[in-house]
Design a protein around this ligand. Structure first.
Ligand code: NZQ
Ligand code: ZN
Length: 387
């Protein structure tokens, strides 16, 4: 196990009726808030009305900025920064999914910074301060409610990039699984795919003797495999929604990274796909992750066989570990298909015309992959395996 530091200061407020805490929790930080949300699902579910009521009851002045799109755009972030500066707003409350929370975090780092907020995403500048952000989560997926990341798409040049800093972990995350009942099946499945991918990125490591976190990772994936089909069948199953929602946070709040180094190559490749084709991140991952696995498994067949046997209950064939390893990859693909996700680029109507450009962009800023470092040809080969 590697040395590590782990600090996860986000206060998680989980369960039924927790939306009533929106006002009281926000009031601990400010009396003036930017209320940031997406395309309107929170109005349909009634969460918007409850949030506004709770904020007003606590004397909080609200300025709104809605319209965050999946794969959130830089343009809206800049608008949010201006609004905060003009109105002296010092707290961003995001209500929605990863896109809303990432946009809120981007505004939070942009307000105190004199330069272009995109500098942080291209590693031209390092975040030194950020306004506090609060989150009310409506889709278990990206894990942004307690993560140190924010992913933004620059719509001018189709670059999708992340900034990672402990300064942007939300100060609180309010999570009521009931507000995920309204998720369309496709969004539920895309979210599940992202959660599983966050665990897989961490699971495939070269670090030895990480048995505790291996087993925590396996548990999170098994929980997803058990409960996602349940909510697709019965969207208002509270206990199943709750299991998935908590799994989404545990998958990406840093706990499963303790003492080990993850890979993140699949995420970097996927970001190139969703940057250009604007598909849901989780749908991109159900295409890229199996292709990545097929490309790298030979470099550590034992770990892939462990994944197959412990997560997918494959019988270990000690005379042919490769067959066991491949069975695990096949079972993962079958699961994606069972929950109606694409597993090939062609399923998402994506051809191979952009592979070279995607691979070049992917490698532009930093190295891709830790478990196996990927060069340009490797990225192209993985995309070809995903065709
Ligand atoms: O905009 P609204 O109307 O709210 O609709 C959203 C959106 O269309 C809808 N939705 C959300 N909650 C709903 C709902 N519809 C009905 N009922 C509800 N309760 O779902 C759609 C997708 O929302 P989005 O926020 O885009 O989903 P997700 O949470 O998957 O976020 C995806 C973004 O997060 C980034 C991804 O790259 C992508 O841009 N990521 C962020 C990470 C982080 N900050 O740590 C890590 C991840 O790996 C990921 O890269
Ligand atoms: Zn992700």
């Amino acid at each position: 196990m590697e040395n590590f530091q782990f600090s996860m200061p986000t206060k998680i407020i989980f369960g039924k009726n927790t939306q009533k805490k929106i006002g009281p929790e926000t009031r601990k930080h400010t009396d003036k808030v930017l209320l940031h949300y997406g395309g309107g699902s929170i109005k349909k579910t009634g969460l918007y009305d409850e949030a506004v009521k709770s904020l007003k009851e606590h004397g909080i002045e609200i300025t709104e900025l809605s319209g965050v799109k999946p794969n959130p755009r830089l343009g809206l972030v800049k608008e949010g920064i201006e609004i905060c500066r003009e109105n002296g707003i010092d707290f961003i409350l995001g209500i929605g999914g990863g896109s809303v929370l990432d946009s809120a975090k981007a505004i939070a780092v942009g307000v105190p910074y004199q330069g272009d907020v995109w500098d942080f995403y291209t590693e031209k500048a390092v975040v030194k301060e950020a306004l506090p952000v609060g989150g009310v989560l409506t889709i278990p997926a990206a894990g942004s409610e307690a993560s140190d990341g924010s992913v933004i798409t620059n719509e001018q040049n189709n670059y999708k990039r992340a900034v990672v800093t402990g300064l942007i972990r939300p100060v609180f995350a309010i999570m009521n699984p009931e507000f995920t009942y309204s998720l369309p099946p496709y969004q539920t499945s895309c979210g599940a795919s992202d959660i599983i991918a966050h665990v897989i990125e961490r699971y495939f490591t070269r670090v030895k003797d990480v048995d505790l976190t291996d087993r925590l990772c396996e548990s999170v994936i098994k929980t997803m495999v058990k409960y996602v089909p349940v909510v697709l069948e019965e969207p208002e199953d509270y206990e199943a929604r709750a299991e998935i929602m908590w799994a989404g946070t545990v998958a990406h709040n840093g706990l499963l990274s303790t003492g080990r180094t993850g890979d993140w190559g699949s995420h970097m490749i996927e970001h190139e796909i969703s940057a250009i084709y604007d598909i849901a991140h989780g749908a991109g991952l159900s295409i890229v992750v199996p292709a990545w696995m097929k490309y790298v498994y030979r470099s550590d067949i034992e770990r892939f066989a462990q994944f197959a046997s412990r997560v997918w209950n494959a019988e270990t064939d000690f005379f042919n570990l490769e067959a066991t390893a491949l069975e695990g990859i096949e079972k993962l693909e079958q699961f994606y298909r069972r929950i109606n996700l694409p597993t090939r680029l062609s399923d998402a109507k994506i051809g191979d015309e952009d592979f070279e450009a995607m691979a070049e962009k992917c490698l532009e800023f930093k190295k891709v992959g830790e478990y196996l470092e990927l060069k340009k040809d490797d990225v192209i080969n993985i995309l070809n395996l995903a065709k």
